[in-house]
Design a protein around this ligand. Structure first.
Ligand SMILES: O=P(O)(O)OC[C@H]1O[C@H](O)[C@H](O)[C@@H](O)[C@@H]1O
Length: 565
């Protein structure tokens, strides 16, 4: 891994600073984008300014992405200034927090754009929030068993029809009734966030829940500063007014021709992608913003990964983790405000750094993604391929799970969909078969809490392959990088992890339980990949803990890949 050399004053030693940073910094309202001044990006920026794009975007001009995108853009640009509307929610949220003071364990059920922002907000500010964006029975059981009598469940779904979220709502409702509550008592434990007129609005009112309606002119992945970001964060105890202030302070700069961090970041990412550097390593620099990469991953992947084009976000755990660099990778570090003479990057050598307060970060990245979408030539507001795996899942649930025999079993791991006579050989083939311009995605349909160690597989595979390796928890990634896998450049290889379920959990009112839903989601997405001819290996862990350890041991035995950093 290449790193900065640091002088005693914390300033990088001259030769190590990297040419990109010589171009200085584009800053406004506390947000600073370092390294956006490469010659190519400057030309893109000039062209965008020539077309008056920054001011038009702030004015919500729906024509900026071409005629085919116009109809969708007309109802998707509210994020530009939605934080003003969000302020109106604050008095009611403050009252509710007092009224429900006895319910101090806040659980957020929501997928993708309906949970990722509150997760970053609460992690960054050190506020407890249990996020449920899984169908893993063990993870949901553990949440249900945790302080149920003190639990407030925020059910967030823009469409009101997302199967995972609806299933969580059913599971909690049943659990409250099973605990002896009346329906009226159970209703008090729910807060609903949804779009006006959604089926969930009706259900929520029938349940006697508090219902918050979101700005319908904002898509899920751009909804950080709408009711979807604000309601769960505020109920968990965050001072959200501060976040809204930070965004509002940035807005005037976003229509400017210079000193515009959103324009600088978007032009740099878009230019890099069209020039072949179409993967973005997102690295937290350790200066106070936690988990923004997971939020930005959805924003970037779902917005740009379509029509065979797109930017692949690769979330890197720490500046020391492998995979932050590569010939087709733009390395971007993210963090809080820099101290005077501070060096962005946290030790890794970035191409770009984005530092500043979280509320302004959200708006900067949203603006930059919309700009990059125009540069790449895609519609940043649709998600044409997300429904494909969902339809496969629905069909599998109706027809029953396919019975699949493993190719072979080794220890606690059943290997599916791969020739070879050992786990190590299968892994070597998978890694060796990655497209020269491609990537490997690890897709783990496991328990994000109980099986957290599985995340270590990403770094091990990045070292072994020397290629970009992403890690996604299923089904969460289906609402994020899943769009890119199917709609973006067809250069992905996939390693799916599934695990034995010791105790299933029924879903009230449904003929299937969570275990079947989870298995159908994994099978549905596998089918979407194999239908495209992509390499997919599935490892089924018959004993989860033992299987993860066995997999990590097998990966450690692989030689390091050539381009590994
Ligand atoms: O908020 P919901 O309607 O439940 O949607 C949750 C997620 O579902 C889909 O996968 C969309 O592509 C995402 O952008 C969205 O965030």
């Amino acid at each position: 891994m290449s790193t900065y050399g640091f002088g005693s004053d914390g300033v990088p030693e001259s030769d190590d600073a990297g040419p990109a940073f010589a171009d200085g910094v584009v800053a406004a309202a506390g947000i600073a984008v370092y390294g956006a001044g490469s010659t190519d990006a400057a030309a893109t920026r000039a062209a965008l300014v020539g077309d008056d794009v920054p001011a038009k975007l702030v004015a919500k001009d729906a024509t900026l992405w071409g005629p085919d995108a116009e109809a969708e853009a007309k109802i998707r640009l509210g994020w530009v200034d939605t934080f003003r509307q969000s302020r109106e929610l604050l008095p009611r949220l403050a009252e509710l927090r007092t009224e429900l003071a006895d319910l101090d364990h806040v659980v957020l059920a929501g997928m993708g754009g309906s949970s990722l922002a509150p997760e970053v907000v609460t992690r960054t500010l050190g506020v407890e929030l249990t996020v449920l964006d899984t169908t893993d029975p063990a993870q949901i059981r553990a949440a249900l068993a945790d302080r149920l009598d003190r639990t407030l469940v925020v059910v967030s779904s823009k469409s009101g029809g997302t199967v995972e979220t609806d299933s969580h709502r059913r599971a909690y409702w049943q659990a409250f009734l099973d605990a002896g509550m009346t329906e009226a008592e159970a209703g008090r434990h729910f807060v609903i966030v949804t779009d006006p007129g959604s089926p969930l609005e009706t259900t929520g009112r029938e349940m006697g829940a508090q219902v918050f309606l979101a700005d319908p002119d904002v898509g899920g992945r751009y909804s950080a500063l709408t009711a979807f970001g604000v309601v769960p964060s505020a109920l968990a105890g965050v001072d959200v007014a501060e976040l809204l202030d930070q965004a509002e302070e940035l807005l005037p700069a976003l229509s400017e021709e210079s000193g515009n961090p959103g324009l600088a970041l978007g032009a740099a990412l878009g230019t890099a992608a069209t020039g072949g550097r179409d993967k973005v390593a997102l690295v937290s620099d350790g200066t106070g913003i936690v988990g923004l990469g997971d939020w930005a991953e959805q924003l970037i992947a779902e917005s740009t990964g379509k029509d065979g084009k797109g930017i692949l976000p690769v979330v890197i755990e720490t500046p020391d983790s492998p995979g932050a660099h590569g010939s087709d990778v733009v390395t971007v570090t993210v963090g809080g405000a820099q101290l005077p003479a501070g060096v962005p990057g946290g030790g890794v050598r970035p191409d770009l750094s984005v530092n500043g307060p979280l509320g302004a970060q959200f708006l900067t990245w949203e603006f930059a993604t919309a700009i990059a979408g125009r540069v790449i030539g895609i519609d940043p507001f649709n998600q044409p391929n997300v429904t494909e795996s969902k339809s496969n899942t629905t069909r599998i649930l109706a027809e029953g799970l396919p019975s699949e025999e493993p190719s072979f079993t080794e220890g606690a791991i059943e290997v599916h969909g791969a020739a070879g006579d050992s786990l190590e050989a299968v892994l070597r083939d998978l890694v060796g078969g990655i497209d020269p311009h491609g990537y490997l995605a690890v897709l783990a349909f496991l328990d994000r809490v109980g099986d957290a160690k599985a995340e270590q597989v990403r770094a091990a595979l990045a070292t072994a392959s020397g290629r970009p390796v992403t890690f996604g928890w299923g089904p969460r990634y289906l609402h994020s990088t899943g769009q890119y896998h199917k709609g973006g450049p067809q250069v992905g290889s996939f390693l799916q992890l599934t695990g034995a379920v010791l105790a299933d959990l029924p879903i009230a009112g449904k003929p299937y339980g969570f275990a079947e839903l989870q298995a159908a989601q994994a099978a549905g997405d596998r089918k979407a990949m194999t239908d495209r001819g992509r390499p997919v290996v599935r490892l089924h862990l018959t004993d989860r803990a033992a299987g993860i350890d066995q997999l990590l041991r097998a990966l450690a035995a692989l030689p390091a890949g050539k381009d590994s950093h």
